[in-house]
Design a binder for this molecule. Structure first.
Ligand SMILES: [Zn+2]
Length: 101
């Protein structure tokens, strides 16, 4: 009860578990010393697409559809957060991947 579930992330190089002690990159892998950062999450508008597709699919039409879409959007936001937390923990990627372009 009340325990904070710490997300475990794995080093893409050696597979060691990296515990994020700070939100400021880079994080250093305890296994191989690689500098890592959190990978970007999926597209931010995913929930909008889900809502626009799900609401009419659930049988909402006309004015009901206009009301249902924001509700479906809210549900999608919560559902996505829960699903990501459980099944898609944050990934790590090399810290300097996009540093010099
Ligand atoms: Zn490593």
């Amino acid at each position: 009860m009340g325990a904070i579930v710490r997300s475990r992330m794995r080093c893409p190089f050696c597979g060691a578990t990296v515990v994020p002690y700070s939100n400021r990159p880079p994080m250093v892998c305890p296994g191989c010393g690689a500098k890592l950062r959190m990978a970007d999450r999926g597209p931010a508008f995913l929930e909008v697409y889900i809502a626009v597709i799900a609401a009419p699919a659930l049988g909402f039409r006309g004015w009901n559809l206009l009301i249902a879409i924001p509700i479906a959007y809210g549900v999608a936001l919560v559902a996505r957060a829960i699903i990501e937390q459980r099944f898609f923990p944050p990934r790590l990627e090399p810290f300097d991947q996009n540093a010099h372009h």
